[in-house]
Design a protein around this ligand. Sequence first.
Ligand SMILES: NC(=O)c1ccc[n+]([C@@H]2O[C@H](COP(=O)([O-])OP(=O)(O)OC[C@H]3O[C@@H](n4cnc5c(N)ncnc54)[C@H](OP(=O)(O)O)[C@@H]3O)[C@@H](O)[C@H]2O)c1
Length: 495
Amino acid sequence: MTKTIDPCTLVLFGASGNLSRVKLMPGLFRLDAAGRLPEKMAILSVGRSEVSNEDWQKDIKSMLDAKFKKGYDQNVFNRFIARNHYHANPPSDPNAFNRLKATLGNENTFPQNLAYFLSVRPVDFAPVVSQLASVGLLNEEKYWRRVVIEKPFGTDLPSAQELQASITKHLKESQIYRIDHYLGKSALQNIMLQRFANTILEPIWNKDYIDHVQITNTELLGVGERTQFYDSTGALRDMIQSHILQTLALTAMEQPKDLSPDAIRAEKIKVLEAIRPIPVNEIEKHAFRAQYAAGTINGEKVPGYLEELGNPDSVVETYAALKLFIDNSRWEGVPFYIRTAKRLHEADTRISVRFKKSPLQLGKDGTEQNWLMLGIQPRECIKMEIQSKIPGLDIATRTIQMDAANRHEEDETIDAYEALLLNLMEGDNSLYLHINEVEAQWRLVDPVVKTWAEDRKPIHQYPSGSCDPKESKIIFEKDDQFWRSSIELGGDKSQ
Ligand SMILES: NC(=O)c1ccc[n+]([C@@H]2O[C@H](COP(=O)([O-])OP(=O)(O)OC[C@H]3O[C@@H](n4cnc5c(N)ncnc54)[C@H](OP(=O)(O)O)[C@@H]3O)[C@@H](O)[C@H]2O)c1
């Protein structure tokens, strides 16, 4: 469904930064190439340095050249570049935001519906909003005004609430677009569609049929050059607080009454708020952390996290796993095991649902169960494992896998930021986070983050390139539960 977009101006703070170079500018260019930007749409990049429009346009060309190595359409490029302007906002200039207002006041160049994308440091989110408000640039009397706040929205519940209090002095909830770019991924949106646009899944998507659910995000990569950032964040805050809990929400939510942004977010909020808090005195039974040690990835030796960091005392986790329960009638007693890890044996993001045992067990070890897996990346797919008779004289079964790719060769590949930028201009915030989601997510992880930060004992180490550390099994509810190590057939065996 193509929605109409009002003529608008995207005001991009931090446009010279990494995110803008790699995702935002190329994303906007692709939207232009696909004919999805309104004819009257302008992009005003705002930065601290004095840069001429001409030099800025050359810089944009270098961003596009770096991204689209095979080249691009010159006509689209000319159209795109004509939309782009630059405004210097040096921090030393007390009049900077008045000058910005004067620039934006040129209605022939800049349509007056304004979307501000704050691709700046998190400490700058609140000051930029306050300065925009001080010169009346958030005023919605005649035109809409929207503000995108990049990730992270706070570093814990109190700081998220503080940021929220600062920005809601000037903005209504409907004007605030909080990013979790995972939600822009088509494969993530597909979770909801596969659940609710088919009748066959919903009847079995509950405690009567499901033994447990695993939500997995593993990477081959280590922390690379982001050691300082990573050591102040950790896997739990970097991945679980946001992306993985959002994936869980889409997996476990009730059907929204319709596909409107409000209805979808209302159901996500409900399920996130229904997750039982992890008891502080039982954190070790519900949460497990570890760090990668030296090992081998793709045949190459790689160093361990502490070595890369150069600090042998860090207890920051590169592997984090949680067991969560959802206190509602659909999910009563069903554990959700969620985990994220760097430098594991494979890169994989998926949802694995293990069904309860059938009364008829004819397999070799009598433990065969049905799995249904939704692959998010690298493969977007749906797989189901069922027991099937081995042809022959005997009555015996084996597991077979039905494997359907969600993506066809001719399908277009859309970057998450393209979807998010388009939705921003459309005024559709269903792929952005509501403050209640952000707060529920911090409320869940904060006690674990705090306990782990205070416990300075060296933490478990796993060799880079290995499967989950054995010690992580402590969080399983039952002896026959284990990490599904791969989406492929045979990945259902305990390691
Ligand atoms: N959604 C995600 O998963 C994700 C991924 C990456 C980043 N992010 C978030 O996106 C935002 C931008 O990330 P980025 O990697 O593009 O950041 P970046 O490259 O470090 O900086 C972005 C811009 O901020 C300005 N800036 C940098 N240092 C500054 C300083 N000391 N004082 C004032 N301004 C400064 C610079 O703009 P000017 O000099 O032109 O003013 C710079 O271009 C951050 O909030 C980050 O957390 C989110």
